[in-house]
Design a protein around this ligand. Structure first.
Ligand code: DSN
Length: 426
């Protein structure tokens, strides 16, 4: 067979880009070589619609074992009673939950996308906002924090059947216990989407949603540092608290409703090569090495956030409890958009993503903010002493946003720095 040089040349270019850049995208990370081996394995050849021991295809005796291993390790890692490791992504995990607990047209509540929420939590351009009626809760303008009293008021008024805790650009911990009290008053299901801070939660560095939420969804590739994918878990609430019924009117256990919603509800055959890699990820996350990694992720984020503040930037909510921070550029550079900063930093081999800040006057395509996170640079080996150095490089570029000379000088420094933090050294 002729090797496809065109594609492999592009892969080599992407690998070089990753090796030479400072990656600060809060949702990205670098997997170790054994993940790539598992994902690029013969497991991709197998069709396995169904679940371990209950498949629609023969020859599943091996993939049953890898999938069961992934489930068992996920349960151990999060202290969960049940897990479904088949969702192809976090968005599909969320879609499956909505399908399991709501009927089209039902009301649910999530954090406003422009205040740090996620597309799949009710954005009008996503199936979650098209098929269901959504009400949003928001953060406060002065503090950048979620106001749980206002959330309660909205919930009691609108009576959503599902409330979602979780965000893709919120740097503070969540009060799941308080949210459960709100949900219980209106017999709503409480779901936490922990796609971003999952690794920190697994290792006890943030509040544990599994103790309070009926359902927890996550991705496996952000702080969890596994393959790209999703997962759904249940902590202790198997009992189907409010007598949920299927569309056919049958009352079922929550786990059964969720299994059916993932397959055949929103997905067909599971990606068994990715599931094998998820098993590797959960195994790695159970180690002491991973514990040290997430401790460092959190430490790096706290120091980096302070370094931005020291340079005169406004960090939304004043800091961070987790792995990310949201920078409001207007405090220092009111004329410069997040889009311009993102594009200019890329030229200096620093990758961040533009992000709306709460109450942003600019559109999501321009934005007044940047979202910055430390999972990927921590995997590269950066410790907190280098956080002010990175912030200084970013500040040099933004301060002289039109200077090609500064961009080139910073790019040179970035590439030199990254040579000391090898990627794929193994
Ligand atoms: N797009 C992901 C993120 O960057 O947070 C969430 O899906």
């Amino acid at each position: 067979m002729i090797r496809d040089e065109k594609v492999f040349d592009l892969i080599a270019q992407e690998r070089a880009r990753q090796m030479n850049s400072i990656v600060l995208i809060a949702s990205e990370n670098f997997v170790s070589y054994q993940f790539l081996e598992a994902m690029g394995s013969v497991m991709t050849n197998k069709y396995a619609e169904g679940y371990p021991g209950k498949r629609y295809y023969g020859g599943c005796q091996i993939v049953d074992q890898t999938e069961q291993l992934a489930i068992d390790r996920a349960k151990e890692l999060f202290n969960a009673e049940w897990a479904n490791v088949q969702p192809h992504s976090g968005a599909q995990a969320n879609m499956a939950v909505l399908m399991a607990v709501l009927k089209p047209g039902d009301v649910f509540m999530g954090l406003d996308l422009s205040h740090g929420g996620h597309l799949s939590h009710g954005s009008p351009v996503n199936s979650s906002g098209i098929l269901y009626r959504t009400v949003a809760y928001r953060v406060e303008a002065e503090t950048g924090l979620i106001n749980y009293d206002k959330m309660e008021e909205t919930a009691l008024r609108e009576r959503p059947k599902l409330i979602i805790a979780g965000a893709s650009a919120y740097s503070r911990d969540w009060d799941y216990a308080r949210m459960r009290k709100i949900a219980d008053q209106i017999h709503a299901i409480l779901m936490a989407d922990i796609a971003h801070p999952a690794g920190l939660i697994a290792k006890g560095l943030l509040n544990d949603p599994l103790k309070h939420c009926h359902i927890v969804t996550t991705t496996t590739h952000k702080t969890l540092r596994g393959p790209r994918g999703g997962m759904i878990m249940i902590g202790k609430d198997f009992e189907n608290p409010w007598g949920l019924k299927t569309l056919k009117g049958e009352t079922k256990m929550m786990s059964a409703l969720l299994d059916s919603a993932v397959f055949p509800g929103v997905q067909g055959g599971p990606l068994e090569h990715v599931i094998a890699s998820k098993a590797v990820a959960f195994g790695e996350a159970l180690t002491e090495t991973y514990m040290n990694y997430v401790i460092q992720v959190k430490k790096n984020a706290a120091v980096m956030s302070q370094a931005f503040v020291d340079k005169g930037y406004h960090v939304i909510s004043g800091g961070t409890d987790n792995h990310l921070m949201l920078i409001d550029l207007r405090s220092k550079f009111p004329e410069i958009t997040g889009k311009v900063v993102e594009n200019t930093l890329v030229k200096a081999d620093i990758t961040v993503n533009k992000n709306m800040v709460p109450f942003d006057s600019r559109s999501p395509f321009q934005t007044s903010g940047l979202r910055v996170g430390t999972p990927a640079i921590t995997t590269r080996g950066f410790k907190e002493d280098k956080m002010p150095v990175i912030v200084d490089l970013i500040d040099q570029v933004i301060s002289k946003i039109d200077s090609e000379e500064v961009i080139l000088a910073v790019k040179k420094k970035v590439n030199e720095l990254m040579r000391d933090y090898p990627l794929f050294a193994d």
